[in-house]
Design a protein around this ligand. Structure first.
Ligand code: GLU
Length: 492
């Protein structure tokens, strides 16, 4: 019987989830859903220098926000407490050190790896000599050739520090088929005898990856392109253990739009948290990153998660770098924002309002959203957008002038608006009614003469939504008050 497909997302908890990491998680999620397979979360925290407190909980929070949290592996509770679920645990690598050590020693016993006692000083001078001779830096197998296993064990028993290195064959080729790039082959002579177990007893990524993905029964590994050159090392290790290697899909790099370099923290917002904070909708971020390196091969660009699952196919993954186009993300986010019902955006908008949050009832906030939604690129834009409704307009009286109107004309215009607003009944205070009433008294050939001064009176701004929209939101009393203020400003 064919075994169930199993994929995993295996981030290092470095403090935030890079948008590229979210893409890897998403592809794992889509693949597992499409194939009816398992998808689990493993935490790769063996590089102790890079560990950041709370990083695991934060990472999980981002996965949950995006809706691509696995159902096996590592979990975080509301208060950040970490737990695990699944039959292949522990899923946090720092809890698996004994497993890595055991297997590293097993490889040594099998003659596929060896203990190395070279000091950092010796390795430095070796590198310097190689550099001078314009050779690629590589370990020279000294401990492989000169130190017998028996002697090595004696030195270890005597307390000497050591690492375990993999013994890469000096000839031959190691190849594999990548799901994105097809057949790839590397000459073994170009591969260094890499370290698999460090002197502090921690595994390197190479060892941990091979052991974990074997023991956890991973069938396909999605990971960044930067791991491609290491893959032959992994294949050799799988062979040395006598295990079957998983399939690999190395995902293309994500590039900065202007520099065309790999997108990094220096380029501004690159972590999922940055986008959450700015009020991007998860649906938009997911849709956007799905298309970074995966091409549906149609014109269609807007995909729901269900559609992505349906369409996802390894054969549609791209080799060449994907450009991270922020304008496109904004455009997509706008689409998803407008698709939502106004009432649905009330709660999600609140965190972005800061101190204004308490001043806004749900009803009032919903009205602001109704008017402003078209222009909002992201939820955090609500803060700026809400200002005209919450703050009394401040402006120079000249701004009230439409074309060449004189003082008398402006006053007449504002009086007319005041009458319309004064006469409109509160119970009919709705967008259609207000618009009709204003249009009815405006000169069809010169509507601006009525609408411009009124709009400025209501907002104090050169650009804003229409006067009936503003009036509808702020209500009758406030509208009348603002127009009266404009009249007195013009009179004096
Ligand atoms: N911990 C590795 C990283 O964050 C994961 C690579 C992999 O998925 O195997 O790059």
């Amino acid at each position: 019987m064919k075994e169930k497909p199993r994929v995993r997302f295996a981030p290092s908890p470095t403090g935030y989830l890079h948008i590229g990491g979210l893409r890897t998680a998403l592809y794992n999620f889509l693949y597992a859903k499409k194939k009816g397979g398992d998808y689990f979360l493993r935490i790769e925290d063996t590089d102790q220098k890079r560990i950041v407190p709370d990083a695991i909980a934060k990472l999980i929070e981002s996965l949950k926000w995006a809706g691509v949290m696995p159902e096996e592996g590592v979990f975080a509770g509301k208060s950040g407490d970490i737990s695990e679920r699944g039959k292949y645990g522990p899923y946090i690598q720092s809890k698996r050190l004994n497993i890595y050590q055991e297997y590293a020693h097993e490889l040594v016993e099998k003659g596929k790896a060896y203990y190395c006692f070279c000091t950092p000083e010796r390795l430095d001078s070796l590198r310097a000599v190689q550099e001078q001779a314009k050779l690629a830096p590589a370990y020279d197998k000294l401990c492989r050739k000169d130190v017998s296993l028996k002697e090595a064990k004696k030195r270890i028993a005597g307390g000497e520090k050591y690492v375990v290195r993999f013994d890469v064959p000096e000839t031959g080729e190691t190849g594999f088929t990548d799901a994105v790039r097809g057949k790839i082959s590397f000459a073994n002579k170009n591969l260094d005898d890499f370290v698999i177990l460090k002197s502090d007893g921690y595994p390197t990524y190479h060892l941990a990856h091979v052991i974990d993905d074997h023991l956890m029964k991973t069938s396909l590994v999605f990971r960044g392109e930067e791991w491609l050159p290491s893959t032959p090392k992994h294949i050799l290790m799988f062979q040395a253990f006598g295990w079957e290697a998983p399939e690999y899909a190395h995902l293309c790099v994500i590039l900065n739009k202007t520099t065309k370099r790999k997108l990094s923290k220096r380029d501004g917002d690159v972590s999922v948290e940055d986008f959450t904070k700015k009020g991007y909708l998860p649906e938009a971020v997911i849709n956007f990153i799905a298309l970074l390196g995966w091409n549906p091969k149609t014109e269609k660009e807007i995909f729901s998660l269900e559609e992505l699952i349906e369409e996802f196919d390894l054969s549609k993954l791209n080799k060449s770098g994907a450009i991270f186009d922020r304008e496109k993300l904004d455009w997509m986010n706008g689409i998803y924002t407008r698709e939502k019902k106004d009432a649905e955006l009330v709660e999600p908008s609140r965190p972005y309002l800061g101190e204004d949050n308490d001043r806004l009832s749900d009803e009032y906030l919903e009205k602001i959203i109704t008017v402003e939604k078209e222009r909002m690129k992201k939820l955090s834009d609500i803060k700026e957008a809400a200002k005209i409704y919450l703050e009394e307009p401040v402006y120079e009286k000249n701004l009230l002038v439409w074309k060449k109107m004189d003082k008398k004309e402006i006053l007449t215009s504002l009086q007319k608006s005041l009458e319309v607003m004064g006469e409109a009944e509160e119970k009919n205070w709705d967008l259609v009614n207000l618009k009709n009433k204003l249009m009815a008294v405006a000169d069809p050939k010169n509507r601006g003469a009525l609408l411009w001064p009124l709009r400025v009176a209501l907002t104090g701004k050169e650009k804003s939504p229409s006067p009936w929209e503003i009036a509808w939101v702020v209500g009758k009393k406030e509208s009348v008050k603002r127009i009266k203020k404009a009249i007195s400003l013009t009179e004096n």
